[in-house]
Design a protein around this ligand. Structure first.
Ligand SMILES: Cc1cc2nc3c(=O)[nH]c(=O)nc-3n(C[C@H](O)[C@H](O)[C@H](O)COP(=O)(O)OP(=O)(O)OC[C@H]3O[C@@H](n4cnc5c(N)ncnc54)[C@H](O)[C@@H]3O)c2cc1C
Length: 491
């Protein structure tokens, strides 16, 4: 009998087995071999792996539909792949390991990293096969190292395939508590829309409930410097950390490592205030702080590496200054999850930002300095130096690539204020290489597994400040967690 048809009977069944009754000494019956909490990329992958290992699975997802952020995760890091070989890109897990520290700020000596990179090509091949579409591109981006190893996958099709394979998911239910003393383990679930709570039991539980970018209190607890910088979320609405209560008594790792971009300006559209508008082309701007000084190689705005620079500033205001020759190309875009209407244009121009009061176009630097509240002489000196570097074709100060050095030449410029955008969790529950969750004392909790952003992607502090293309880690650890949970349940 399919689980859906059982659902109406569950309260009776649970009452009959005395779940939660103080007079009942018998162990509660298991409702499944494995309970997976969260139906994003990690949870759906874990459910698939557990089922393929022969386990019965209940997947609990608080949203009305499965998927989480899976359909957005288009870029995947992998080393030594068929797609790279076809393009003549020489790469290997060893080479990726050699670039790991530079790309992620993490420790390449952690055996988890080596195992991940070894497995990355296989994980990518599997994901690509599930998506039904070939890798569309392989790009070289600093957040994946210096070699072209960011693979572009049809994430929407992959998400659809994984969702369709989950049998009778418990969508619209939120897991609110874990009973780790119970045997089998207990998971309290409540209808997300409100209603009576139930307790489900299984020998093994996988927590795959995503990150918490939209839970500002929780992020600030780890990254307090953000409080003054007016951050915006760059993660999907589901990332509220609705699972953090499950983490009580469990060990946490890589604290303070949140993937934060600095390439957004606050959205101004009615109903979207406080959301992120991603400004495209910031690598070709000159980014200055409130004192009028240049802060970094502007291409760091495309990675998570500009946030640490911002964190060090006393005044966290940053401005992207675009030469007049670049300004017509400047676009702002809304993250895919935020489009209100498919008929809306995908991009807003710099001019539209100016019309909305979200950006400025100035005819001279003095006026810019006055409006921005920056010392005019300092700003003029910064722009003059930048022009000098651009004309020389070499950024002797910050090392930006010559093609991104565009001189201002005249005094006209467009200006967009930049705020940090909280995108990804590289911190989370502490797990071992088998996705087993550790308790506060560091001991493995029997039967409890975790994967995905809930463990900070890779599940080790060796992820450092993080990397793009981390979907590979989410997918792979999801598989490990599902298979391990099924094996534990079978024991
Ligand atoms: C616009 C956008 C673009 C992105 N692009 C990329 C990219 O190109 N490459 C890349 O690697 N990554 C990218 N990411 C990030 C990537 O999508 C995520 O890191 C990844 O999908 C996380 O998967 P997950 O399963 O761990 O979490 P999620 O996808 O967040 O899934 C967790 C699920 O758990 C559910 N849940 C939470 N709490 C509970 C609870 N208590 N009970 C029941 N259910 C619960 C949530 O509703 C959610 O559906 C992008 C993200 C966004 C938003």
């Amino acid at each position: 009998m399919r689980l859906q048809t059982l659902r109406g009977l569950l309260p009776l069944a649970l009452a009959a087995c005395g779940s939660g009754s103080p007079h009942d000494t018998a162990a509660p019956a298991a409702d499944a071999d494995v309970i997976v909490i969260g139906g994003g990329l990690a949870g759906m992958t874990a459910a698939r792996a557990a089922r393929e290992a022969g386990a019965s699975v209940i997947l609990v997802e608080r949203q009305p539909e499965l998927g989480g952020s899976a359909r957005f995760a288009g870029s995947w890091l992998a080393a030594g792949t068929e797609a790279q070989a076809a393009l003549g890109v020489e790469d290997s897990p060893e080479q990726a390991l050699a670039e790991w520290a530079e790309a992620t700020g993490g420790d390449p000596d952690d055996p988890v990293v080596e195992a991940f990179l070894e497995a990355s090509a296989g994980a990518l091949a599997e994901a690509v096969a599930l998506s039904g579409e070939p890798v569309s591109a392989v790009t070289a981006d600093a957040d994946c190292g210096t070699t072209a190893r960011k693979h572009w996958v049809d994430a929407a099709d992959l998400a659809g395939t994984l969702a369709a394979a989950v049998d009778a998911p418990w969508t619209g239910w939120t897991a609110t508590a874990l009973d780790l003393e119970a045997s089998p383990l207990g998971v309290t679930v409540e209808p997300t829309a409100g209603g009576e709570a139930r307790v489900l039991h299984a020998p093994a539980v996988v927590v795959a409930a995503g990150g918490f970018a939209r839970n500002l209190d929780a992020v600030l607890a780890q990254d307090p410097w953000l409080a003054d910088a007016d951050p915006v979320p760059e993660a999907a609405p589901a990332n509220t950390g609705a699972w953090l209560s499950l983490a009580d008594g469990l060990a946490w790792q890589n604290e303070g490592r949140y993937g934060i971009y600095v390439h957004s300006t606050p959205d101004f559209r009615p109903g979207f205030e406080g959301e992120a508008l991603l400004v495209l082309g910031t690598e070709r701007s000159l980014i200055v702080d409130a004192s009028g000084r240049r802060v970094a190689d502007e291409s760091l705005s495309l990675t998570f590496d500009l946030a640490p620079v911002l964190a060090e500033l006393d005044d966290p205001r940053l401005f992207a200054l675009f030469p007049a020759s670049v300004w017509p190309d400047v676009r702002a875009t809304v993250p895919g999850y935020d489009w209100a209407d498919p008929a809306e244009p995908e991009h807003l121009s710099g001019g539209e930002l100016v019309d909305a009061g979200a950006a400025w176009f100035f005819d001279d630097l003095d006026r810019a300095a006055e409006v921005l509240g920056i010392d005019g002489a300092t700003l003029a000196a910064t722009v003059a130096r930048y022009d000098e570097l651009a004309h020389a074709g070499e950024d002797a100060d910050m090392g930006k690539a010559p093609e991104d050095l565009v001189p201002f030449d005249d005094d006209r410029l467009g200006v967009v204020p930049l705020v940090p955008g909280i995108a990804k969790s590289f911190t989370g529950l502490s797990v071992d290489e088998r996705a087993r969750v550790r308790d506060a004392a560091g001991a493995v909790v029997p039967g409890l597994y975790a994967a995905g952003e809930s463990v900070g992607m890779l599940g080790t502090p060796a992820v450092g400040t993080g990397f793009a293309g981390s979907a590979t880690a989410v997918f792979r650890l999801g598989e490990v967690a599902g298979a391990e949970a099924a094996a534990f349940a079978a024991e």
